[in-house]
Design a binder for this molecule. Sequence first.
Ligand code: AR6
Length: 167
Amino acid sequence: MHNINVIKGDITKVKVDAIVNAANTTLMGGGGVDGAIHRAAGPALYNACEKFHGCPTGEARITGGFNLPAEFIIHTPGPVWHGGDNGEDQLLANSYQNSLQLADQHLCRTVAFPSISTGVYAFPLQRAAKIAIATIKNFLPTANYVDQVTMVCFDDRTFAAYQSQLY
Ligand code: AR6
């Protein structure tokens, strides 16, 4: 009923209308999935991101996909985990919600996310997975175009956490 699927893989290889990047507020690249996306997309992505002059946590910005199979890349800085009493849950939900809204505004049907904030930013995995899946489930019935959302998990532990939230 909900068109959400969870796969294990590398998000730079996924052919969807838009992939989401777990960026930082500079939007100028970094490690983790952000580094992988910038390497795979090519240097033109850096030039495109420069024009935004950064992005606040929980908001999202869109660029082309350049050398990626995806048509668009949506960049969102998730929250850094500071113990959970600093608005982290809401900011993480905002990252998913604002990314999905931007995808829908750009007429995207298929969107893929990495596990935002659960790497370098240290957001607890189960808690992040719960927020991510709930936000996507709530969004889908309101969408005009987005009808398939894929969580692309890089390792078994992440895959298991998101998979467990589907049911
Ligand atoms: N495909 C899918 N998932 C991946 C890939 C990939 N190619 N590579 C890593 N992951 P992280 P964050 C997973 O640290 O916690 C960057 O430096 C990874 O295993 O990339 O939001 C930014 O510039 C983990 O499950 O993002 C920021 O400074 C998940 O992606 C900061 O890190 C997220 O881990 C953002 O930290």
